[in-house]
Design a protein around this ligand. Structure first.
Ligand code: S3P
Length: 443
């Protein structure tokens, strides 16, 4: 089914049952297209996420000189070996990952490209990648040095740097490492708290001379820019950030018993599942086949009572996109849930901290909004009233979190605009419908 546009309502639907395949991972899909575009020759990508964000990256990689096309169920990418100035601006739509990773990947070619995006992306900070890439030898013109539209003048004479990003961001790390693939000497990125390491894992599959050293929570990645990438075939694993929505729906719909198959279990992505275990959730993981160097598992999820917890701030990088849905689950739990260390959420597709607090309040849940977090007062056995209209601010994760809340609440919940769900999880309505969820368009 084509995902609906406009407003949708979700209502209590009885027990959710059945099995769905996890939606393909968005982070891995962007990286597969970009690295395949950098490698000279033909790579194939199986199970690519065909969402609006990823398709924007596919078009951009094509405009930079690669041949990118669907071939039966797979995607075929033929990298030209050297990227060229595109004829037109590169419009990355809503995708922070797409624009930031592409700026890094393109920086090492003698070419000029202008990057644009939608209203949300045009508000988001780009200085965090512009600054290190400028230190490596690229030049940028950007609105206030920080916002789109931004024009990149790349350089075939980039120099490696030793960089510690000021924010925990896999997008910043990846932009610097992708530039480092073609820079002179060694490029080092030091993360006091490791973020997702998909770029490192996949770049090695493409033959990059890259190594990773971990100690406690920290990660140091080093890449040497002396080795050309070679094409490979990639299989994209399931997205834990998308799987979070059917999992949450089952946890709050009495009597539910569902399975989500093929979810990536990279430790840098499964903070939500760790937190849910601490909340008492009944989630069983059975290891499944690894895909392109990433472990996966089948999840079996059953409804059950949840209790509030304190989420350690150090866990934020491993569940950065999952706080809106965690807050919804915390609303159903007994007791208080505290989540802090989340200032970065204000720089996502919307101000997700404020948006999540408003989502809960509109549905009768008490919540305290902190500068860098939320305190959610769970309703426990009293139940969540619901009945609210959620302002999604064109943010896909707020839209999905609001709809899931409606499945467990006493009154239906309306999300004011669900169109943006297509940016990350185009199969959301089909998957939720297959499990028995009642979600339908409203005026
Ligand atoms: C992503 C990293 C995260 C995350 C985003 C995808 C990635 O952003 O929020 O949805 O694919 O690298 P930051 O790295 O900026 O925190």
């Amino acid at each position: 089914m084509k995902p609906p546009a406009g407003a949708c309502a979700a209502a209590a639907s009885g027990p959710l049952t059945g099995t769905v395949e996890a939606s393909p991972d968005k982070s891995i899909s962007h990286r597969a297209l970009i690295l395949a575009g950098l490698a000279a020759g033909e790579s194939r990508i199986a199970n690519l996420l065909e969402s609006a964000d990823v398709m924007a990256t596919a078009r951009a990689v094509g405009a930079l000189g690669a041949q990118v096309e669907r071939s039966n169920a797979d995607w075929r990418v033929i990298g030209p070996g050297r990227w060229m100035s595109p004829d037109a601006r590169l419009d990355l739509g809503n995708s922070g990952t797409g624009v930031r990773l592409l700026m890094g990947a393109a920086a090492r070619f003698d070419m000029t490209a202008t990057f644009t995006g939608d209203a949300s992306l045009s508000r988001r900070p780009m200085g965090r990648v512009i600054e290190p890439l400028t230190r490596m030898g690229a030049r940028f013109e950007a609105v206030d040095g920080d916002r789109l539209p931004a024009t990149l003048h790349g350089s075939a004479a980039l120099r490696g740097i030793d960089y510690t990003p000021p924010v925990a961001s896999a997008q910043v790390k990846s932009a610097v490492l992708l530039a480092g693939l073609g820079a002179q000497g060694e490029t080092i990125v030091r993360e006091p708290r490791a973020t997702r390491d998909h770029t490192e894992t996949m770049a090695r599959l493409f033959g990059a001379d890259l190594d990773v050293e971990r100690a406690g929570e920290s990660l140091v990645a080093r890449v040497r820019g002396d080795r050309p990438l070679t094409p490979v075939d990639i299989a994209v694993p399931g997205d834990p950030s998308s799987a979070a929505f059917p999992v949450a729906a089952a946890l709050i719909s009495p009597g539910s018993d569902i399975a989500v198959r093929g979810v990536m279990t990279n430790p840098a992505r499964v903070g939500l599942f760790e937190t849910l275990r601490e909340m008492g959730a009944d989630i069983a993981l059975t290891p499944a086949e690894a895909r392109s160097g990433e472990a996966t598992a089948d999840l079996a999820v059953r409804f059950g009572a949840l209790r509030g917890v304190d989420v350690p701030p150090g866990r934020a990088p491993a569940m950065i996109d999952e706080y809106p849905i965690l807050a919804v689950l915390a609303a159903f739990a007994e007791g208080t849930t505290r989540m802090t260390g989340l200032a970065e959420l204000r720089a996502k597709e919307s101000d997700r901290l404020a948006g999540t607090a408003a989502l809960l309040r509109a549905n009768g849940v008490a919540v305290e909004l902190l500068d860098d977090g939320l305190i959610v007062h769970g309703r426990g056995p009293e139940g969540v009233p619901g009945g609210g209209r959620v302002e999604t601010h064109q943010d896909h994760r707020l839209a999905m979190a609001g709809l899931v809340m409606g499945l467990g609440a006493q009154e239906p919940v309306i999300a004011d605009d669900v169109a943006m769900i297509a940016t990350s999880y185009p199969g959301f309505f089909d998957d939720m419908g297959a499990l028995g969820a009642r979600i339908a368009p409203v005026d």
